[in-house]
Design a protein around this ligand. Structure first.
Ligand SMILES: Nc1ncnc2c1ncn2[C@@H]1O[C@H](COP(=O)(O)OP(=O)(O)OP(=O)(O)O)[C@@H](O)[C@H]1O
Length: 588
């Protein structure tokens, strides 16, 4: 694992140790013992017992009344102290404030240490890029995760993935090498070792046929690997609901979310009648809705399926397949569909079909945004440091929100067609495209409500495609109309707006000066903006939920796997949404 300290006990020190390899996430940040506290337990800050002197009592210097208070008081100080240390090491404050443990012992990697190549994957909450490490030439995968850095729950959610990845150390699990972000950045990239294949890619290759033993091997291996577990999740979404609806009521907190309109009988045995009973039994266990009944990876490995013939082949006997990834399969499929169906049978149709209301709303907002951009003199916009948001910055805000949403449209998770092939070279988002990045970094995550809201109309989608040329990597794509009235002024204002943002915020430019940027300023502005955005999102949310959980989702041209994929996404989104909400309710 790329982490020096992930398996070590937490201890902190005022001293930062930068002696490790420069620019590496593996660099060590102070693991020396601080005389003020000692460890008790192995991996939680909460378990640190503090025994500080009077000088450590904080600003007031007042001694708290009871032991409990004293401890929490000191722990608060300790947390602040750790946060300060992490920020000094280059981590953004929003991250260390809520997810200090996930980054503990690491220093952020620098964007310009990598040359970003083409987009190679699209996950529900991420876009994945191939990249080259400048110093070594090593090829890595950069996973840009989507989250809302102003939503502590969202950051925590993302950080949990990091924390788990850091703790995993296995040949079948892609290693997390580090994180790219900076003190002034609102986004983050996870740096992984590069994987040439994924199962979906391999399975989609017409030339690749697995023998039973190879298949078995892959299954067996895959229980040990994160990548394949993703595929199981997809699989789960395909048959899971049958299991869920066998008449037994689930005790899960959000079970009603998944409750279908009509009950189903489990059809696992029927669906997999060609599989041996041992395999179906294993699947059944793995798909149990109730967590306590569900098999773990370890129990799966011990299942009969893996101990009966045919045994897995020896890994060394596996042929070396040409690189093939899910994105290639998607692109091939998309090309095929376009060829067969011509216009109107692609993703655009699907998106339009699914969310007509959202589209209408988006189009209306788009027009409103254009109008507003036309009216406002954006070039005069100047956001004062520490301002209260009542100046030009605020005036521009609603437009900016809309604009950035439109910008992110293509990046929305639902049914995106990822780009393949080298679209740019160099770490463009840090160097050449600070303009876009400014807006992007300012933006909040499009996961959850935002992404749903951004389902484009076909007109927007068309423009998306053409606008992509001028921009980088498919990471950020403009969904601006070309054929709408007012387009020119919109374009001009858009450029101006980007310049303005660039002046006070240089996200993703990892050595940004603080001359114009103020995280507090951004925070103040966006807290208000977040409320506005959330308010307007409510309009869409109902529609989205309605679409997500009822009725036929696809037109006839769509394949079952797309349906399943989308189901999976919807389920995850619903779960995460409710998870966030319940987290908020409980004031976590
Ligand atoms: N380390 C890697 N090397 C090469 N490609 C990768 C790597 N990690 C991810 N990818 C590619 O990116 C795609 C999306 O990644 P992944 O499934 O991990 O994203 P995700 O956001 O976790 O998705 P989801 O939430 O839908 O599971 C994968 O299908 C894979 O092809």
């Amino acid at each position: 694992m790329g982490c020096v300290s992930s398996k070590q006990a937490v201890s902190v020190t005022p001293a930062l140790d930068y002696s490790a390899r420069a620019g590496s996430g593996r660099a060590r940040v102070g693991l020396d013992q601080h005389p003020c506290f000692m460890k008790n337990g192995d991996h939680h800050h909460h378990q640190v017992v503090v025994s500080c002197g009077a000088s450590e009592l904080g600003e007031s210097g007042r001694a708290p009344s009871s032991n409990g208070e004293s401890l929490s008081f000191r722990l608060r100080n300790l947390h602040k102290y750790i946060e300060g240390e992490q920020v000094a090491a280059g981590w953004p404050a929003w991250l260390s404030a809520v997810a200090g443990e996930a980054i503990h012992g690491w220093v952020p990697l620098k964007a310009d240490a990598f040359e970003k190549l083409e987009k190679i994957g699209q996950g529900t909450y991420s876009s994945v890029f191939r990249a080259r490490e400048a110093e070594t030439g090593r090829i890595v995968a950069l996973k840009k995760v989507r989250f809302d850095n102003f939503e502590p729950e969202s950051v925590r959610f993302m950080a949990r993935e990091i924390l788990i990845l850091r703790r995993l150390d296995h040949p079948n699990i892609m290693k997390l090498d580090g994180l790219i972000t900076s003190r002034l950045s609102c986004s983050m990239y996870l740096v992984f070792e590069y994987m040439e294949h994924d199962i979906t890619g391999l399975l989609s290759c017409p030339d690749v046929r697995f023998s039973e033993a190879q298949n078995f091997f892959l299954e067996n291996q895959s229980f040990k690997g994160e990548q394949r577990l993703n595929n199981y999740t997809k699989f789960l979404s395909s048959v899971g609901h049958h299991l869920m609806n066998t008449g037994k009521s689930s005790k899960l907190p959000h079970a009603t979310l998944f409750k279908p309109q009509q009950p189903y009988d489990s059809c696992l045995h029927e669906t997999f009648k060609d599989l041996p009973t041992t395999a179906v039994n294993l699947i059944k266990t793995l798909l149990s809705v109730e967590p306590y009944k569900r098999g773990t990876a370890a129990s799966a490995l011990a299942s009969e399926y893996f101990s009966t013939k045919p045994y897995p082949c020896d890994p060394s006997s596996l042929p070396k397949y040409p690189p093939s990834k899910e994105i290639d399969a998607k692109n091939r499929e998309e090309a095929r569909r376009k060829k067969i169906g011509g216009r109107g049978h692609g993703t655009e149709t699907r998106k339009c079909t699914r969310k007509p209301c959202g589209i209408t709303k988006l189009a209306a907002e788009d027009l409103a945004a254009q109008k507003q951009y036309g009216q406002n003199n954006i070039s005069n916009m100047r956001v004062p440091k520490g301002g209260n948001g009542k100046s030009g910055g605020e005036a521009q805000k609603p437009s900016l929100d809309k604009l950035e949403e439109i910008f992110h449209m293509k990046n929305a998770s639902q049914g995106d067609i990822p780009f393949s092939g080298p679209l740019t070279s160099g770490f463009a988002w840090a160097k050449r495209r600070k303009d876009n990045a400014s807006i992007r970094s300012h933006s909040r995550s499009i996961s959850r409500g935002h992404s749903n809201r951004l389902e484009p109309s076909s007109a927007l989608q068309q423009k998306n495609n053409s606008d992509t040329k001028g921009h980088d990597n498919g990471d950020l794509t403009y969904g601006v109309r070309t054929n709408s009235r007012g387009h020119d002024s919109y374009e001009i204002n858009k450029v101006t707006l980007r310049k303005q943002w660039r002046q006070f915020e240089r996200p993703d430019s990892f050595d940004a000066s603080e001359e114009y940027h103020s995280q507090e300023l951004s925070l103040a502005l966006y807290q208000r903006e977040g409320m506005e955005a959330r308010g307007s999102n409510l309009v869409f949310q109902d529609q989205v939920d309605k679409v997500d959980f009822s009725g036929p989702l696809l037109s006839q041209t769509h394949r079952v796997d797309e349906l399943l994929e989308r189901h999976e996404r919807h389920i995850r989104q619903a779960v995460r949404k409710s998870w966030f909400q319940s987290g908020k309710k409980h004031g976590k």
